[in-house]
Design a protein around this ligand. Structure first.
Ligand SMILES: NC(=O)c1ccc[n+]([C@@H]2O[C@H](COP(=O)([O-])OP(=O)(O)OC[C@H]3O[C@@H](n4cnc5c(N)ncnc54)[C@H](O)[C@@H]3O)[C@@H](O)[C@H]2O)c1
Ligand SMILES: [Zn+2]
Length: 440
């Protein structure tokens, strides 16, 4: 076994092993040993061999063979990681693995980076992960400098980015090095925008530390800052050289933020296919519990969906619109809440609204919305809401900005969507009633 490769051990209680022996013996009635005695003596005789495993899994009393196999497969994937490639004019890899933070320097060296590199972070992510990332860069021969943005949307302001430009110049960042963005989507967007504009563009690598960053914001090359007139109104397409999604950092992410990222994961699964939905269905609770294997496979799945779409439409001229499933009403709801709900919470409500609209227009059966709601609820996301006058006003403004048309990405079934532009008010009100639920 040693010569063949990895040895995976499985550990069960004596009763569990005895039950297995009893089942085998039932097929060979001529053998007469008490299963429990047989289990104990085998464990004794094989003690040394069983100790020589690379990893041992505890098998629950009731675990089926399939469940045990899935746990092992998830562990193997987490240990080895997954690489997803984004294609197009500027191809780049998205690496997903636990422990990747310590390898960023080596990878950037392989990508041709050298010299002075700025690690741009915000206080919460920096306190936990900046030192490890800086160390990894130093070990790979870089000369890193750590710079900070404020936490949350405050990072995405003209003032924050202007200060960052100055600090990049002061630190002597040039075209040989680049910027490593360490943080959630807010840092990724602001540092990415600074990278797109400083010296008319320097290289950027994304090290997302939130689930939302890993499955969505860090992939696709869109960068932006906010202006008083609205969110993400100034920005640039500036794809990274690589995305390093280290699922290990999710261990410190608050549950509400994990749930928020899961909204985009559920969205991606519905855009993909039934297999993806089934995977997410199995993985939701383990991801929330912090199990690293399911976290890696789930990030990889959602990253693959986004990477696939972005590869075909890097500049958002068509297909990429699919990623806005749930976002038309989601954005309105998020803005109307004055950003008190997280992006993912708003998207959850927006996904339910879009499927309710499909239902109302006869494009999809009610069961689609029910399936979606079940997944979102299990991800601990809201599925019921009422839309304030502000939310409808926001939709109207969005309509004006888009040349008089509100575009809805509506599901027909898992993996099949339609873009619908002229939805009448009656249908919108009926969908809103479904999202409000019976109580209201
Ligand atoms: N460019 C894109 O394509 C794209 C896509 C989706 C979202 N976005 C943008 O992303 C932003 C939202 O991103 P977000 O949800 O990651 O929010 P965020 O960046 O504000 O991070 C959320 C919170 O988590 C904290 N945090 C981050 N990593 C942590 C960790 N590992 N442990 C503990 N705390 C941690 C942060 O301090 C912050 O308080 C929005 O500005 C949105 O516009 C961009
Ligand atoms: Zn989103």
């Amino acid at each position: 076994m040693r010569e063949l490769g990895l040895i995976i051990g499985m550990r069960g209680s004596v009763e569990r092993i005895a039950a297995g022996i009893a089942a085998t013996m039932a097929k060979r009635p001529n053998q007469r040993v008490a299963p429990e005695d047989r289990a104990r003596s085998a464990l004794r005789e094989r003690r040394a061999a069983y100790a020589d495993t690379d990893v041992t899994f505890d098998v629950d009393r009731d675990a089926t063979a399939t469940e045990s196999a899935q746990a092992i497969a998830a562990w193997l994937v987490a240990a080895r990681g997954v690489r997803v490639d984004v294609g197009g004019d500027h191809p780049y890899p998205v690496l997903v693995r636990a422990g990747l933070l310590d390898q960023v320097g080596t990878h950037l060296g392989d990508l041709g980076w050298s010299g002075r590199v700025a690690v741009v972070s915000e206080p919460a992510a920096a306190a936990r992960y900046e030192a490890r990332l800086v160390r990894s860069l130093e070990l790979a021969g870089f000369d890193p400098v750590a710079l900070r943005l404020p936490t949350g949307e405050a990072a995405k302001s003209v003032r924050s980015v202007a200060r960052l430009w100055g600090e990049l110049a002061g630190a002597g960042i040039g075209r040989d090095g680049g910027i490593v963005a360490l943080g959630g989507g807010a840092v990724g967007d602001a540092a990415g925008f600074a990278a797109a504009t400083y010296l008319r563009g320097v290289r950027v690598a994304q090290v997302p530390t939130t689930l939302l960053g890993m499955v969505d914001a860090a992939i696709g090359g869109k960068t932006a800052i906010d202006i008083p007139e609205g969110k993400n109104l100034a920005g640039a397409f500036h794809p990274p050289d690589a995305v390093f999604a280290d699922a290990g950092v999710l261990a410190t992410l608050p549950q509400r933020q994990l749930s928020s990222g899961l909204a985009e994961v559920v969205k991606s699964a519905f855009l993909a296919d039934r297999d993806a939905v089934a995977h997410v269905e199995r993985a939701l609770e383990p991801v929330l519990r912090g199990e690293i294997g399911p976290q890696v496979t789930t990030v990889a799945l959602a990253a693959e969906v986004k990477a696939g779409i972005v590869t075909l439409d890097p500049r958002e001229t068509g297909l990429r619109e699919l990623l806005n499933f749930g976002h038309t009403m989601g954005h309105a709801y998020e803005a109307a809440s004055a950003y008190r709900v997280t992006h993912g919470e708003a998207v959850a409500v927006g996904l339910v609204f879009a499927s309710a609209l499909s239902e109302t227009l006869g494009l999809a059966p009610r069961s689609l919305r029910i399936d979606l709601e079940r997944l979102l609820a299990r991800a601990r996301l809201p599925i019921r809401a009422s839309f304030s006058r502000e939310a409808w006003t926001y939709l109207q403004r969005d309509k004006k900005a888009r040349g008089g048309k509100v575009r809805w990405i509506l599901p027909r079934r898992v993996g099949l969507f339609s873009e619908v532009t002229d939805v009448d008010d009656t249908a919108l009100q009926e969908a809103a009633r479904l999202v409000r639920g019976r109580a209201a």
